[in-house]
Write a protein that binds this ligand. Structure first.
Ligand code: NIG
Ligand code: FE
Length: 414
């Protein structure tokens, strides 16, 4: 057993084990000042105020760590990433600086197709090694659960190759991993101008293979202008349902695409992006299980509008925030910076941004019963910061290196 004492503040406590936080619930983040935390093996077993320490924990087979006033936060839960990719697309970044739009780069055969070419020419071993470097980078920045998508294969063989790499990451990292099949990320080169045949390939060949081999937890479609239509999306989701693949959809990034409504209709766990929405989309989400997941890092890096998080929360919806770590539109996975961006550009409060990057992210990848808060019985995924003057300071000083130690499954990550 491990006992952490003299914690300046234990943040993100939830005794009621809420599945997700919606509307005004997002305004509060359980905080206990001057606290201790007890971990047994992989799990959080107990916590309390320093004044209650002797009474609450009587066993002596425990190793004690004095945190010296540092704060403890539950690890970030990043529910939308594309971190299995080969190389980078820094050259396209220059094209963007010189004035080309995301769509224009795509039309010239760059963008996602460029990453697909690179991935095709990279061995599975090398892909795994590049992706693990990103996983390590994310863990060191406080992330303890990551959803990873395929979608740079765009033919059956390369999509399976990506999913096998994700499976290997799942088996080898201490972070919690969920895997999403995103065959419909773009139309593969061999199917240029034959989009409906590509959709058939996704439905009739890729999904059955992925389903039989149990290589994915979720299915995703890039349902947007210039990519896949709501009708095509629906077809793919129906094919995936037969294999128990729950949808998580890319929707409304480039236009009001109808993606939110298709996602809701098919009981999606999340609809992600939502940079372009009207009140129709917000109303469609009300009363559903679907979590709107917003990606401010993508808006920041790709000069897109920021999703209207404040209106969604005011309407009583919950929102999750994720990094969208990918080589094209958001090449970084720092969830603390994502939370800060949500405060700076979407005007979320630090409490809302931290709920959105922890428990609501956990919900958006089906992990809310095991991670996302400091709760007795949950997995001990947390990090320790330097002593902080206030909660808001942590997101305000977003690039000051304040994270000192990371624990995953109750073990110090080194
Ligand atoms: O979420 N929008 C689609 N997919 C990614 C971008 C992928 C890429 O450009 O490689 C996104 O932004
Ligand atoms: Fe994405």
């Amino acid at each position: 057993m491990m006992l952490f004492t003299n914690i300046g503040a234990l943040v993100g406590i939830d005794e009621s084990t809420m599945e997700r936080k919606q509307g005004a619930e997002m305004n509060s983040l359980g905080i206990l000042h001057n606290a201790w935390l007890l971990v047994d093996g992989e799990r959080i077993v107990d916590y309390g105020a320093m004044s209650s320490l002797e009474k609450s924990t009587e066993t002596d087979d425990r190793q004690t760590t004095d945190v010296g006033g540092g704060w403890i936060f539950p690890s970030f839960c990043d529910s939308h990433t594309h971190i299995v990719y080969a190389g980078n697309r820094a050259t396209e970044w220059l094209d963007k600086i010189n004035g080309l739009s995301y769509e224009e780069i795509g039309k010239r055969g760059g963008g996602i197709l460029n990453s697909a070419d690179l991935l095709h020419n990279t061995t599975e071993e090398e892909l795994y090694s590049q992706a693990m470097t990103r996983v390590d980078e994310m863990i060191c920045k406080g992330t303890g659960a990551i959803e990873i998508k395929s979608g740079y294969g765009l033919n059956t063989e390369d999509e399976l190759k990506m999913l096998r790499v994700i499976q290997r990451i799942k088996q080898t990292t201490k972070a919690e991993i969920k895997s999403t099949f995103l065959g419909a990320h773009a139309v593969g080169r061999k199917y240029a101008d034959r989009q409906s045949e590509y959709v058939d390939l996704v439905c009739n060949e890729m999904i059955p293979e992925v389903g039989r081999k149990q290589l994915a937890d979720y299915v995703d479609v890039f349902c947007d202008k210039g990519y896949f239509t709501p009708e095509e999306t629906e077809k793919i989701l129906e094919a995936a349902e037969k294999y128990g693949l729950v949808p998580k959809i890319h929707a409304n990034e480039l236009a009001v695409s109808g993606g939110v409504q298709v996602g809701v209709k098919h009981n999606a766990l999340s609809v992600d992006h939502l940079e372009n929405t009207t009140s129709v989309e917000f109303n469609a989400l009300k009363g559903t299980r679907t979590m709107p997941t917003l990606l401010p890092g993508c808006s920041f890096f790709s000069n897109l509008p920021y999703a209207n998080a404040k209106t969604m929360i005011a309407m009583g919806l919950g929102v999750a925030l994720a990094s969208d770590y990918n080589p094209g539109s958001s090449p970084f996975g720092d969830m603390r910076f994502v939370a800060s961006l949500a405060c700076i550009r979407m005007r979320l409060t630090p409490e809302q941004a931290l709920n959105a990057t922890t428990i609501n992210g956990a919900y958006a990848m089906g992990l809310n019963s095991t991670v996302g808060t400091i709760t007795r019985g949950k997995i001990a995924n947390f990090y320790i910061t330097a002593p902080l003057p206030s909660l808001e300071f942590y997101l305000y000083a977003h690039h000051t290196p304040l994270i000192r130690e990371v624990y995953l499954k109750g073990e110090k990550y080194e």
